[in-house]
Design a protein around this ligand. Structure first.
Ligand code: S3P
Length: 173
């Protein structure tokens, strides 16, 4: 099986993905890390030097590559991956794959992203907390239509990592 974790930036995809993979004895991959390795560049530099459209093409290409070649994998996507090209369709149609939306509330995301803007090109330039809150609210609203197509939606607010992993495992088997 391939478990695909989707959700907004800072929703815990990579953290939970790593723990889940260990528990299932599966390989873990983070799509952003995979892109960085394959392209020998950072996401920040890809955005800066080649632009977002180029980054979105790479995301689509490597997502398809991984879904076609891997098994026993937990794959964390980038926050935007399900929302571009026909990626969500590809995710839903991938044989033996299960997609999970890690749903965090807007206040939780704002709190986490306030301190982690630097490495995220989409929000790095937003100067005040109010503007960041406004951006996240609108952006999440647009993206929710894609995220909510996932096979499973799991609300994560006020839950421990252990709670989330237990719920994930219950949903998977
Ligand atoms: C993006 C999210 C990032 C990364 C890129 C774009 C997005 O991944 O793919 O900066 O469009 O939401 P994380 O969700 O891991 O931060």
């Amino acid at each position: 099986m391939i478990v695909i974790l989707i959700g907004y930036m800072a929703s815990g995809k990579s953290t939970m993905g790593r723990i889940l993979a260990k528990k299932l004895n599966y390989e873990f991959l983070d799509l952003d890390d995979y892109i960085e390795k394959k392209e020998s560049s950072t996401i920040k530099d890809i955005f800066k030097l080649k632009g977002e459209i180029h980054f979105r093409k790479l995301e689509t290409q490597y997502l398809s590559e991984l879904l076609a070649t891997k098994t026993n994998l937990v794959l964390s996507l980038g926050g935007g991956t399900p929302c571009y090209s026909n990626n969500m369709d590809v995710i839903l149609k991938a044989p033996n794959a299960k997609s999970i939306y890690l749903k965090a509330s807007i206040p939780t995301l704002i709190e986490r992203l306030k301190n982690e803007k630097g490495k995220r090109p989409l929000i790095a330039h937003i100067e005040t907390d109010e503007l960041l809150a406004e951006f996240i609210g609108k952006h999440l609203f647009e993206r929710s239509q894609f995220y909510s197509l996932a096979n499973v939606t799991l609300a994560t607010d006020n839950k421990t990592e252990k709670d989330i992993i237990e719920e994930l495992v219950l949903q998977l088997f």
